[in-house]
Design a protein around this ligand. Structure first.
Ligand code: SAH
Length: 360
């Protein structure tokens, strides 16, 4: 199989600096190149006007600009959500989503091609894991969306305000590349994206959550909870068998204590599975006393008919029980459902007829 693209976006500032020094370049070059990449957001070395031609060629040939080839972009009917399907250098595909509403412009980006964790109701989970994304592939998703906003965004709305790792894959299972990408996006010499405006969402990988708490970053952390007790969570989120709720909640408390950041819990509400009043009460018990916010996501339709969205009244009742229990809670608005860009709906395109015929 072809390698993921080599690319300049895979290098940290220090690595790029070393590379340029090896090539005998003066030390100020690295800052210039970094600015072209992360402030001007150029897509070609040709545009780097203050960089000598020979060096531009060398960047192009020895490092490469990497490429996410947009195969398809599609906007929701209300134009608030836009989704890109990108082809990577080795032919794999990923999806990236932009959500624009109120005063927020949020990029929802992918950390892996597919996902290994197989949550019962998630379309990406049904694909299995194809591979990790490189730091460069993660970073470039953000750059594509930033470029789009810069060129086509409305006045005063030309920049992203938030980045969430809630696309395909599990960011904490691709820890090294995810953290490197975060640091690159955060680097004050480039895009300078505030850590507080970046959120990683995790299925609940306890050791990685503990490690993240000690990184000294102020990242937001969202935890895909989906059930108030182990028995149900074992079924919906199979990794719970390895890291059950007691351990998970410990790691959550640790993260909140060390970073001072309020946690977000995601709870996908599924009809007759986890939307009962008793379950809401158990959830109150589970979350009480924790610095947290609960985000209820009414299930977005996926192909498995065993899982149905809850009735509107059930969502309201569930929310009210939590509110009365003193838990901060919102119901996540359903965005981009008409273009399969909602939570848990991202996946590679269905196999072509040709591939299906050859499938075993
Ligand atoms: N792997 C990470 C990042 C994915 S974020 C994680 O698990 O947190 C996507 C969120 O949408 C997760 O909370 C996921 O559990 C949820 N989700 C998955 N399928 C869904 C569906 N069909 N409807 C609503 N939410 C879903």
């Amino acid at each position: 199989m072809a390698e993921p693209a080599r690319s300049i976006y895979n290098l940290t500032y220090d690595q790029l600096s070393e590379r340029l020094a090896d090539w005998g370049e003066p030390s100020f070059r690295v800052q210039q190149v970094w600015q072209w990449l992360y402030q001007s957001l150029v897509t070609e070395t040709e545009a780097m006007r203050n960089i000598p031609l020979a060096l531009r060629r060398r960047l192009e040939e020895d490092l490469g600009m990497g490429a996410l080839r947009p195969v398809r972009t599609i906007a929701s009917q209300d134009q608030a959500t836009k989704k890109w399907l990108f082809e990577l250098a080795d032919g794999e595909t990923i999806e990236t989503v932009l959500m624009q509403y109120r005063r927020r412009r949020t990029a929802c980006i992918s950390a892996q091609v597919g996902c290994a964790f197989a949550c019962a109701f998630c379309a990406t989970g049904q694909m299995g894991l194809h591979r990790n994304l490189t730091a460069g592939e993660i970073v470039q998703q953000v750059l594509v969306v930033e470029r789009f906003l810069r060129e086509e965004g409305e006045e005063k709305q030309r920049q992203l305000t938030n980045i969430v790792f809630m696309g395909m894959g599990e960011p904490l299972a691709n820890y090294r590349a995810t953290l490197q990408a975060v640091r690159t996006l955060h680097d004050p010499r480039g895009l300078a994206f505030a850590g507080r405006r970046i959120t990683l969402s995790t299925v609940g990988l306890v050791p990685a959550m503990r490690r993240l708490a000690d990184e000294g970053l102020e990242l937001g952390l969202a935890i895909s909870l989906h059930a108030p007790g182990d028995e149900l969570r074992d079924r919906l989120v199979p990794i719970n068998r390895q890291f059950p709720l007691a351990q998970l909640m410990d790691a959550c408390r640790n993260y909140a204590n060390k970073t001072g950041r309020r946690l977000t819990f995601e709870y996908t509400l599924i009809r007759d599975v986890n939307d009962g009043h008793e379950q809401a009460r158990q959830l109150v018990q589970r979350l009480r006393g924790l610095l947290c916010h609960l985000n209820i996501i009414p299930l977005n339709p996926v192909s498995d008919r065993a899982f149905q969205p809850p009735a509107r009244a059930q969502v309201d009742a569930f929310r009210q029980i939590l509110e009365r229990g003193g838990i901060s809670v919102t119901v996540r608005m359903r965005r981009g459902i008409d273009i399969q860009a909602g939570c848990g709906q991202l996946r590679s395109p269905p196999p072509t007829r040709h591939q299906r015929r050859n499938a075993v």
